[in-house]
Design a protein around this ligand. Structure first.
Ligand code: ATP
Length: 351
């Protein structure tokens, strides 16, 4: 028996959706297309509207304007029970009974018969790693196993679509990493559409086929993880992703070259010429800390400028060095070997 048998995999389109709660504009004109079978993450800080958007997709909330489509069918007016979506929340709500019963209950209400229920519970529990715990009362389970039961129960409902709202947030850091890869494996196995809400960029980057980055009720960028990370469309997305986030330094385009707070930047001359030609007299220099090299010498092939070491943080396998140039701070990442070679000290000047 395969789990996929009765499953329908849907695409989701959100067209011009906005939502007001009194004066609060939780969503301001959202357009998204989530492909069928895709693991799609909605990433953003607390209060940006992620949960509201998920609840609108589930039919638990009505949009103030806009429409929602499943596989091209307008479901905006459909109540939640007709949409056949399964939601898994940060805080699971389980029936106070055994693991088996928790998974079997949705199957019973779907009119499966005795042996078939047993077979499906067995198969689902295998997929989520609960096979040896079927007879335990859920109160006896670890937090991670309880979240597994919540996921298994969602699967037993055979939904067209999974909506997961920060399901790993309550787990301890170790279980979170384990469950993260399990979730990915389960989704691959089922091939279902999953919309996954999170404020945790690592979860979004590692789990998702594509990510929508949100802020203040808007979608800032949609794309594959590496595209979002390497080619952010604006400073917000660049800063929000990455640990540390992207650096932005105010640069003056002056005379023959570029400068930070009056001190020259060494660049290949073409770069300054191009900027001048475009009529810029100030630009933001954006770069990731792991793409910068700290050196005792100026020059080199790229962009180089003098700066002063202000903070050194050791993170086990790497160092994060905070530097200051022209009154502006930025961070660079150094691996342990490079750090030991250079051994920079607070207060020293480096390039
Ligand atoms: P979090 O991660 O903290 O849950 P979020 O990104 O999911 O945040 P939402 O919960 O969607 O954000 O909330 C978006 C905005 O809408 C917030 O300002 C919130 O206070 C407001 N909001 C959400 N639900 C309601 C409601 N039922 N009534 C009034 N305001 C609401």
């Amino acid at each position: 028996m395969t789990l996929r048998r009765r499953m329908i995999v849907v695409s989701v389109e959100i067209r011009g959706v906005s939502k007001k709660f009194g004066k609060v504009e939780a969503l301001k004109g959202i357009d998204l297309f989530i492909r069928s079978g895709e693991f799609f993450a909605i990433l953003g800080p607390s209060g940006c509207g992620k949960t509201t958007l998920l609840r609108i997709i589930a039919g638990l909330e009505k949009p103030s304007t806009g429409r929602v489509f499943f596989d091209g069918v307008d479901v905006t007016g459909y109540p939640a029970e007709y949409r056949n979506v399964a939601m898994v929340f940060q805080f699971y709500a389980l029936y106070p009974t055994t693991v088996y019963e928790n998974i079997a209950l949705p199957l019973k209400s779907r009119k499966y018969k005795g042996k078939e229920i047993y077979e499906r519970v067995r198969k689902i529990s295998e997929v989520v790693g609960l096979s040896d715990k079927l007879n335990l009362h859920v109160n006896k389970l670890s937090v991670a196993d309880k979240q597994r039961v919540a996921l298994a129960r969602a699967m037993a409902r055979e939904p067209n679509l999974y909506l997961l709202d920060e399901p790993l947030t309550i787990l301890d850091p170790v279980s979170r990493i384990i469950m993260r890869s399990e979730l990915k494996r389960v989704q691959r196995e089922l091939g279902q559409t999953v919309i996954y809400v999170t404020h945790d960029q690592v979860e979004a980057l590692t789990l998702a086929d594509r990510i929508a980055v949100m802020s203040f009720g808007r979608v800032e960028q949609v794309g594959e993880p590496d595209a979002i990370y390497n080619n952010p469309v604006n400073t917000y997305v660049g800063w929000f992703l990455g640990e540390p986030g992207m650096n932005f330094i105010d640069v003056q385009v002056s005379g023959e070259g570029l400068a930070i707070g009056g001190s020259a930047i060494y660049v290949n001359r073409d770069m300054a010429a191009v900027l001048r030609k475009k009529g810029f007299d100030r630009v933001l220099l954006g770069f990731r800390g792991e793409n910068a090299i700290v050196s005792r010498h100026s020059g080199g092939g790229g962009v180089s400028f003098a700066s002063r070491v202000s903070v050194i943080e050791f993170l086990g396998t790497r160092y994060i060095i905070t530097l200051e140039a022209g009154g502006q701070e930025f961070k660079v990442v150094m691996d342990t070997k490079r750090f030991e070679e250079l051994s920079p000290k607070v207060g020293e000047e480096v390039y």
